[in-house]
Design a protein around this ligand. Structure first.
Ligand code: ACO
Length: 325
């Protein structure tokens, strides 16, 4: 599988730490020193998840030089769909990718990496030739804006890559690992509210909804700084890759302290750790492709560069991939 294009899209409105401190008891200094986040983009009424995901996917199509009819598969990693029946088909419709089969995949902040690995299996088996893999989330819909321990962390956005089947010599996915641990699910949830709908009652009585994001920040932090280096180590060893061979660390953007801790574990210079937390915060499934797109388009990531990527988050779920751009 070769990575042949990328794209991204973020909402127009940026909300600074200072603006948040007018709503909850927080301040710019606390947020920056604990997380590295300076601002986040928040979607307005006309910026649906479909809209952001479609803009990112169209940019990846253009970058790859494909037409919509070239696409066989569209995978949309998201935890905040416009439609619980599936938002990927809406993206397919918006792109006019008539031949593509399109479906959603949910694995929180690991979602993009899991979707990329899933797409690689379709391409590697010969079943399909070209795929668009999108990570998009609007957690602003599900954050309790009066809970300072979570509302400062998240933002909205979308990123996408275009990938195509190729010979082994052009392989863009050199190895991967994936893990889940449902026994620790309670650390980070966006759970459906309990409801006891009557079998034959009024439909309105059955409207449920979801509780806002609940998170044990310290447990999630400890999980990330333990499991991300461990899974990356395992992957590097399995692929015979030394940390010095890596051009970039492309990690899920949750917290700058997590990024720095992972870099320190591998003695990788902090300048090789891609980060855009200051501008966008944690955009969940979107962080990795959004960061990749920015670094490809500004020339930091060059053809042939080797990137170690890891996604981690709710589930709990985590994964790693060794990528060649
Ligand atoms: N502003 C000011 N003070 C705050 C804020 C805030 N926004 N939030 C919490 N505090 C206070 C707390 O109330 C606490 O006060 P106290 O000591 O008087 O009780 C104090 O700051 C310290 O709180 P901690 O929770 O111990 O702060 P910590 O250093 O652990 O940082 C953070 C919190 C940033 C959430 C950190 O734990 C973290 O980043 N965890 C990982 C979270 C994460 O990555 N989540 C996303 C996973 S991806 C996905 O799947 C969605």
């Amino acid at each position: 599988m070769a990575l042949v294009g990328c794209g991204s899209a973020v909402p127009a409105a940026s909300i600074t730490n200072q603006q948040l401190s007018e709503r909850v008891d927080t301040n710019d200094e606390w947020i920056r020193t604990r997380t590295g986040i300076g601002a986040r983009r928040i979607a307005g009424p006309s910026e649906s998840l479909t809209c952001l995901a479609s803009r990112a996917a169209q940019a990846a199509l253009d970058h790859a030089g494909w037409s919509p009819d070239d696409v066989d598969l569209i995978l949309l990693a998201t935890s905040s769909p416009d439609d619980l029946f599936g938002t990927a088909p809406r993206v397919q419709g918006a792109l006019g990718a008539r031949r593509a089969v399109a479906f959603d995949l949910t694995a929180a902040c690991s979602g993009f990496l899991f979707a990329l690995i899933t797409a690689s299996q379709y391409l590697g088996s010969g079943a399909m030739k070209r795929a668009l893999v999108i990570g998009a989330d609007q957690l602003s819909r599900w954050v309790d804006w009066d809970d300072r321990s979570t509302c400062v962390l998240f933002g909205d956005g979308a990123g996408a890559v275009a990938v195509e089947a190729c010979g082994a010599q052009d392989n863009g996915l050199l190895g991967f690992r994936m893990r889940s641990d449902g026994s620790r699910n309670g650390c980070l949830t966006l759970a459906q509210l309990d409801k006891h709908a009557p079998l034959l009652g009024e439909l309105t009585a059955q409207r449920g909804g979801f509780a806002p994001i609940q998170m044990n920040g310290q447990e999630v932090y400890k999980f990330a700084v333990r499991e991300v280096p461990a899974i990356l180590s395992e992957l590097l060893e399995a692929t015979g890759t030394a940390p010095e061979q890596l051009d970039w660390l492309l990690l899920h953007q949750a917290n700058q302290r997590i990024l720095d801790a992972v870099a320190d574990r591998f003695a990788i210079d902090h300048s090789q750790v891609l980060s855009n937390l200051a501008l966008y915060g944690n955009t969940s499934a979107a962080t990795i492709p959004l960061m990749l797109d920015e670094a490809v388009k500004d020339g930091r990531v060059q053809p042939g560069h080797l990137l170690a990527s890891s996604g981690f988050g709710a589930g709990l779920s985590w994964g790693a991939a060794l990528l060649r751009w």
